[in-house]
Design a protein around this ligand. Structure first.
Ligand code: MN
Length: 319
């Protein structure tokens, strides 16, 4: 643990690239995941595809799964990205084609780097805790690293920084004096901010990063804007600090990073740079090559959906 230095360093971000500070409230799209889980999808969103290299944000729960299977995501492939499993309640059992078998618990980092190819499954173990509450996040790999070797990391003890009313767990990247042990390939940050009722603070930011805040629980005002659990406030860049006010005990995820300037093609569970990249990955998964095999999951692997008839268009940070 260490204490937050609340002295901001003022600089100005590239106004042309980033547009400066904004307050753009993103509402979630409800998506059915497997048979039993409904998630709230914040990224990609209408008009907003990325925050730094963060390119996919699902918030789920808290759900009462006492008499239910809970999360059951059969083996499926990934390419060109990292997945971050982040829990507030419950647990997720991760299996992958590297042979990893790991239970991820609240406030532990499960970080999977797909690189050129990996496959995995995620399930609520049996028995499991009554409640499941968490976020599933993806980080796009930059071109120079998107074909890197696949890897899985489990970091149960993440660094924590504190200030009056705040306990921040650094998931990825750095916040103040603390740096996550998780491997990153672009400058970014992911942090879980636990706020106590009445907390009023100014969180120091990196002005060159763009940021968003996803509300997980409680009632919190982010730069004066009430953000309900399951919603996300996009903040733009050019901010030396961020005002946060907790009306109740609350928790939010801070996601940020350097503007991701490459155009990417994101389809199903793959990130490539062209329709051909995606079509090849889909064909390899269907043929049972490249992505390896997940052992021990009780059920079939996920078939890939049909490719759309029109070519997939490489897209940037905004639509
Ligand atoms: Mn996955």
């Amino acid at each position: 643990m260490s204490n937050l230095d609340l002295k901001p360093t003022p600089t100005v971000c590239g106004r042309e690239a980033g547009g400066g500070p904004v307050k753009d409230l993103l509402t979630p799209r409800h998506v059915q995941l497997g048979e039993s889980t409904v998630v709230r999808r914040l990224l990609p969103n209408l008009g907003r595809r990325m925050v730094g290299a963060w390119c996919f944000v699902d918030h789920y729960g808290p759900d009462d799964i006492a008499d239910q299977p809970g999360m059951q995501v059969p083996p499926h492939p990934h390419m060109g990205l990292q997945t971050v499993s982040w829990l507030h309640e419950g647990e997720v059992l991760h299996r992958d084609s590297l042979g990893s078998l790991q239970t991820v618990r609240p406030y532990e980092l499960g970080l999977m780097t797909s690189g050129r190819a990996i496959s995995h499954s995620e399930e609520s173990p049996r028995p499991h805790a009554r409640h499941l509450h968490g976020a599933q996040l993806w980080v796009a790999l930059p071109d120079a690293h998107r074909n890197t070797a696949p890897a899985f990391e489990h970091h149960p003890d993440l660094p924590v920084v504190t200030a009056p009313g705040l306990r921040a767990t650094v998931i990825l990247g750095a916040l103040d004096t603390a740096t996550s042990p998780g491997t990153t390939h672009t400058p970014l940050v992911g942090a879980d901010l636990a706020l106590t009722e009445g907390a009023d603070l100014r969180l120091p930011l990196v002005p060159d990063f763009e940021y968003a805040v996803l509300a997980m629980s409680g009632r919190v005002d982010v730069d004066g804007v009430p953000v309900e659990p399951g919603s996300m406030l996009y903040l733009g860049c050019g901010r030396p600090h961020l005002p946060l006010h907790a009306r109740t005990d609350a928790a939010v995820l801070l996601l940020g990073g350097e503007l991701f300037d490459e155009k990417i093609v994101m389809w199903w569970n793959f990130i490539g740079r062209s329709t051909e990249d995606i079509a090849r990955a889909r064909a390899d998964w269907t043929a049972g090559t490249r992505f390896g095999e997940v052992h021990g999951y009780a059920g079939d692997r996920l078939p890939a959906p049909e490719l759309p008839a029109l070519p997939l268009k490489p897209r940037g940070r905004e639509r």
